[in-house]
Every structure is written in structure tokens, then in C-alpha cells.
Design a binder for this molecule. Structure first.
Ligand SMILES: Nc1nc2c(ncn2[C@@H]2O[C@H](COP(=O)(O)OP(=O)(O)OP(=O)(O)O)[C@@H](O)[C@H]2O)c(=O)[nH]1
Ligand SMILES: [Mg+2]
Length: 248
């Protein structure tokens, strides 16, 4: 597996989407300390960019900066646009960046959502990022939550770095609720650990390797999965085994 594919398997992917010029790359740079090209022009970003981000609580994620969405995409940009779509449709979470100082903000949100529907990414959870609050007369960084208490909107300024902490909190909260689904290989000597996973109800399917190692398909909360990986260095992430001869 390539390093990128490996990281993909281990960490959840969060994709920055939004209308062109909304400030996606600026926010990407802020979160990753990267130096991705930012410009006050349409389509400053022509290809998607991928970096790992470690949140303050050590939760890791893969952040993807994408090509700006627009209703009538110029013909020569369609290829670049398609390449970035694949990243987007596989994301756990979308950060939908909006230039809140733009009079057309509401229409842009609708247009972006239309494109997301076209690429079958409309069911992925979304947090709306109202960016460029420094351009508003009076506004401070803040979050809005829905009735279930989940953060649905964040007001911030990517350029000034205001509200970055709120975005990090939103990501940590969201990812801690995210379930991960993996195949793992447990050496025979970690039998107790294997039993523990069964007790937790985390095991979907089990097979055995020739040497007696246990191959388990597990589903757990990401937060718990990170702890498992940290506490059991002998535990290996594996690709789904070919044969289906295992026990359930
Ligand atoms: N005032 C203000 N300007 C911002 C803010 N965030 C980004 N910008 C500016 O908005 C312009 C576009 O920023 P980018 O980050 O390149 O926007 P993008 O969404 O990546 O654009 P595309 O790649 O073309 O889709 C740049 O001039 C940024 O400096 C902000 O919080 N406040
Ligand atoms: Mg960009």
C-alpha cells in the first residue's frame, strides 16, 4: 500500500469544499501550517492537496483542499475538477467554506450543494464555515449547534486565524463520534485483547491466519480505535482477507 493509501486507511478524511475564492486554501494552510497557493482570483487551486493534521488531543485526520466549485465550470478545468471529486466523495466530513462577506453567499451554498449531489457527496456530514468575518461590520468567532448539540456552523476568519480553536473543537467532537471499520491482525499471544474486543461487541467477523493469528473485522469509535493502536503496538492493520472461510 502506498503511504497515502495507508494513511487513508488509518485516519479519517476531512475535505474542504466550497465556492471558488471562499478561502479554502487559506484555511487549509492555517490548519496544516502548509504554504498552499492562495490568491484573490478564481480557481487559484487546480488540484487537490492532501496533508495530515494532528489535533490538540492527538486525533489525526487527513485534510484535503479541493478545487473551488462553481456553477458553470470552464471546460478545461473539468479534468482537474474530477480528480478532486474522488477525494471529496470518500470524506468522513465536509467543511463547506463560505465567503460570508459575499452578497451571493446563499446562492453559492446552494450551487455547491448541487455539485455535491452530482458527485454523490450530499449525504456526507457537513459543517458550514462562515469565513471572512473580519469583513463584516461586527462579528466575532463563534459556533452554532443543532438540537442534538452538534456543531453545524462556525464563524471565523481564516486570514486572521480567529476561530481556529473553535474549528479544532468541532473536528475533535465530530471525529470522536465517528465509527471506524477495519480488519486487524492479532497475534496469538494477545488472546486476552482479542477476548476484550469480543466483549465490547466490536467484532463483526473473525478468520484465522495459518499461524493461528486472529484476523478480525472490527467496528469501533475512532476515539477508541486510536487508543487501541496506541496501547497495542503488536496489532496490525490489514487489508480485508480474500477467503471467506472464517467463522463468524
Ligand atoms: N478578508 C479575508 N480574506 C480572506 C480570508 N480567508 C481568505 N481570504 C482571501 O480570499 C482570497 C481567496 O482565498 P483562497 O484561500 O485562495 O480561496 P479558495 O477557496 O482556496 O479559492 P479557490 O482555490 O480558487 O477555490 C485570498 O485573497 C485570501 O487572502 C479571511 O478570513 N478574510
Ligand atoms: Mg484554493
Amino acid at each position: 500500500m502506498s503511504r497515502r493509501a495507508r494513511q487513508r486507511a488509518e485516519f479519517p478524511t476531512v475535505s474542504l469544499v466550497g465556492y471558488t475564492n471562499a478561502g479554502k486554501s487559506t484555511l487549509f494552510n492555517l490548519l496544516t501550517n502548509a504554504q498552499v497557493y492562495v490568491a484573490d482570483q478564481l480557481f487559484a487551486t487546480l488540484d487537490s492537496t492532501v496533508r495530515r493534521v494532528d489535533l490538540p488531543d492527538k486525533t489525526a485526520l487527513i485534510l484535503v483542499d479541493t478545487v473551488g466549485f462553481i456553477q458553470q465550470l470552464p471546460h478545461d478545468l473539468i479534468a482537474a475538477f474530477r480528480a478532486t471529486l474522488e477525494e471529496t466523495s470518500q470524506a468522513e466530513l465536509l467543511l463547506h467554506v463560505v465567503d460570508v462577506s459575499d452578497e451571493q453567499a446563499t446562492q453559492h451554498i446552494e450551487q455547491v450543494n448541487q455539485v455535491l449531489t452530482e458527485i454523490e457527496a450530499n449525504e456526507i456530514p457537513q459543517i458550514i464555515i462562515y469565513n471572512k468575518i473580519d469583513q463584516l461590520e461586527q462579528s466575532s468567532a463563534r459556533v452554532e449547534r443543532n438540537q442534538a448539540g452538534q456543531i453545524t456552523k462556525i464563524w471565523l476568519s481564516a486570514k486572521q486565524g480567529h476561530g481556529l480553536n473553535l474549528l479544532e473543537i468541532a473536528l475533535m467532537e465530530h471525529l470522536h463520534e465517528t465509527m471506524v471499520h477495519h480488519w486487524i491482525r492479532i497475534p496469538v499471544k494477545l488472546g486476552q485483547f482479542r477476548a476484550h474486543l469480543f466483549t465490547l461487541g466490536a467484532v463483526l467477523h473473525e478468520q484465522y491466519a495459518e499461524n493461528g493469528d486472529s484476523l478480525l473485522e472490527i467496528q469501533v469509535k475512532l476515539k477508541y480505535f486510536n487508543q487501541l493502536i496506541a496501547n497495542e503496538p503488536a496489532l496490525l492493520l490489514i487489508d480485508e482477507p480474500d477467503s471467506d472461510s472464517g467463522l463468524t
